[in-house]
Design a protein around this ligand. Structure first.
Ligand SMILES: Nc1ncnc2c1ncn2[C@@H]1O[C@H](COP(=O)(O)OP(=O)(O)OP(=O)(O)O)[C@@H](O)[C@H]1O
Length: 248
């Protein structure tokens, strides 16, 4: 489980996160929604130990990333929004390095690499250098890197951005398999049908605060809207879509 209690963050005196508190339970897929600039990436970067929060506390599987970043990395997989790959390495070389950095070796290393290769359908890319990889190919490699050490927690920042239908399906299948295996999954997205279909729980952020939380159905019921997209707009922008017969 990931636990966030009362964290804030400012850049150049501008507050971008305001006393955020939420939980990401095990064996559930949680979506983090918010308008551009709402603070999603900043929040995810704090959970990964890449940024320091001001006040409050973050615990990933009981470990504080600010105090023990190594301890958190061992049990966390991260797919960032704009990460670079080492273009001169082959996929096999790249994943081998990351798996070793996570402490894998010998038979465990071999079977971890074989397992991500199969799950993410990387066979045809395995011996290719990554320079010139397409968006979808890059996502597969990033996801393989995040999963190679079988982390208990997975964080993805806009994982479906720029992906075609097949790549989205592969990602979805992988996330559902990980959820069944007990992984706590948190992903940010702007794609409402995908969020409605995939997530068990939704967190809606606006101006650095959580302004809505619950299952997609609960948010729809709470806002009186007909679908998750309208509910999101109502919560994030404060505009409630009128229901049938309502006087506006
Ligand atoms: N390193 C930084 N230095 C200064 N300002 C920053 C920095 N990182 C983020 N910000 C600002 O913090 C605010 C929140 O940014 P963040 O990237 O967390 O939002 P987001 O919800 O992920 O947005 P998007 O959906 O557009 O990716 C924005 O106003 C952004 O300009």
């Amino acid at each position: 489980m990931i636990q966030v209690q009362g964290i804030s963050k400012s850049f150049a005196g501008q507050r971008v996160l305001r006393e955020l508190s939420f939980e990401v339970p095990d064996a559930r897929i949680t979506a983090l929604l918010g308008a551009n600039g709402a603070g999603k990436t900043s929040c995810l970067r704090i959970l990964c130990g890449l940024l320091r929060a001001e006040g409050g506390q973050v615990l990933v599987g009981g470990v504080d990333p600010a105090l023990d970043p190594q301890g958190v990395r061992r049990q966390l997989g991260v797919v960032g929004d704009r990460e670079g790959l080492y273009e001169r390495l082959t996929v096999a070389e790249y994943l081998d390095i990351f798996a070793r950095m996570q402490g894998l070796s010998g038979g465990a290393l071999k079977s971890a690499l074989a397992s991500v290769c199969e799950e993410l359908e990387l066979q045809s890319l395995w011996k290719r250098r990554m320079g010139g990889f397409s968006q979808g190919e890059r996502m597969k490699v990033s996801l393989a890197r995040a999963l190679v050490h079988q982390p208990k927690h997975l964080i993805l920042d806009e994982p479906t951005r720029g992906l075609d239908v097949l790549a989205v399906r592969l990602l979805r299948r992988t996330l559902l398999r990980l959820r069944s295996a007990g992984t706590a999954i948190l992903f940010s997205s702007h794609v409402m049908p995908e969020v409605a279909e995939l997530s068990d729980r939704v967190l809606v952020m606006s101006q650095g605060r959580i302004v809505g939380r619950g299952s997609p159905d609960e948010l729809i019921a709470e806002t009186g809207c007909g679908n998750l997209e309208d509910s999101f707009v109502a919560l994030a922008y404060g505009e409630r879509t009128p229901v049938a017969g309502e006087v506006v």
